[in-house]
Ligand binder design. Structure first.
Ligand code: FMN
Length: 332
């Protein structure tokens, strides 16, 4: 099993578009920690165009010093892919992740993201072209399939023939989007077939389930966590420290006491608010971005629905600040 006993299991922050951007990653690293690295939400290079400065800034290693960040690309055009890899290499990156999992109809429906999974031959052609020219290493993030849950088997067969640093599997089909439950049994099969370091992703939300997953997927090289950490930001550190050594249910007892938890979450919130204030133009964009953050952050409060609704409704900054104070007062 790939595990450094000193540092616990390898934990990777999942890319969640609109949420786990540079502001989020830096604030998270300062307030909670626990992640070894992050994969950034995808950049979508356009044929014949350079990546935009604002996209490159999102993954700029200088601005991401708190959490090592691997950029992710969403494309099915081999030369566009290679051009973007050179740009990312020039920007200081040594590894890039290829998105083969995005299920959104206008992505997958156009043969990108999860839309490539039914076409292993095409994936093979793209990788053959790109890996012959790339200046950086490549990892891949896949799903079980686009519509059929066994499509990944032929895809892994192809991936096994190429030189990759890592394969991450989100154990759902594209059609499932983010609903239903992750299929751990199929992830076990995938792990057994995959000759690359294998990262499991899907529904890691508490220490008990994580402990079970670690037993079932004992050869996994890492664990990617998205919504579980967004809703419970102390989770990665708890998993890191508890690993599977401590009794599963004891994991949550590592949660800081409320007197620490509230102020830490508040600090996190304030870093997000100030950070987005600098990145985004105007209060409308700022409040929209904070509303998206609250849809996850609210789960750290006693009544998540009430908190998310009130914070999501604010139309001016002064009402918003009052609502934030109200939410945190409730927590104490
Ligand atoms: C709103 C949203 C945006 C996402 N954006 C990306 C993305 O840019 N790239 C990617 O590979 N996966 C993306 N994902 C998928 C997540 O990285 C992850 O695979 C999925 O949420 C399952 O993990 P979880 O159960 O730990 O959240 C996104 C998921 C959501 C809900």
């Amino acid at each position: 099993m790939h595990r450094d006993l000193k540092t616990g299991p390898t934990l990777i922050l999942a890319p969640i578009r609109g949420i786990t951007d540079v502001v989020y990653r830096e604030a998270f690293a300062r307030c909670f920690g626990g992640f070894d690295r992050a994969v950034a939400p995808y950049l979508q290079p356009r044929r014949g165009h350079a990546l935009r400065p604002v996209e490159l800034r999102q993954v700029d290693p200088e601005l991401n010093r708190g959490m090592k960040t691997i950029p992710q690309l969403l494309t099915n055009d081999p030369q566009t892919f290679v051009d973007a890899l050179f740009e990312l290499s020039d920007a200081g990156h040594m590894e890039v992740n290829w998105n083969l999992g995005c299920p959104s109809p206008n992505v997958a429906g156009r043969g990108r993201g999860a839309g490539l999974l039914p076409h292993p031959q095409r994936i093979d052609e793209i990788l053959t072209y790109v890996l012959a020219k790339t200046p950086v290493k490549l990892s891949v993030k896949i799903r079980l399939g686009y519509k059929e849950p066994d499509e990944h088997l032929a895809v892994i067969d192809v991936l096994n023939r190429h030189s990759l640093t890592e394969v991450t599997l989100h154990a759902r089909t594209g059609e499932q989007m983010y609903g239903g439950v992750a299929d751990v049994a199929r992830a076990e099969e995938a792990l057994a077939c995959c000759r690359h370091p294998f990262v499991y992703n899907g529904d890691i939300t508490d220490p008990h389930d994580f402990s079970e997953l670690q037993q079932r997927l004992a050869g996994a090289a890492g664990w990617m966590i998205g919504r579980g950490a967004l809703m419970s930001p102390f989770l990665p550190l708890i998993l890191k420290e508890a690993g599977d050594v401590v009794e599963a249910d004891a994991g949550w007892s590592a949660l800081p006491v409320p007197a620490v938890r509230g102020p830490r979450l508040r600090q996190f919130h304030d870093l997000l608010f100030d950070g987005y204030g600098q990145w985004l133009s105007g209060p409308g964009h700022l409040l929209d971005r904070m509303a998206a953050q609250w849809s996850y952050l609210a789960h750290s409060f006693a009544d998540p629905k009430q908190v998310a609704t009130r914070l999501g409704r604010c139309r001016d900054v002064s009402t918003y600040r009052t609502a934030v104070d109200w939410a945190f007062d409730q927590m104490l």
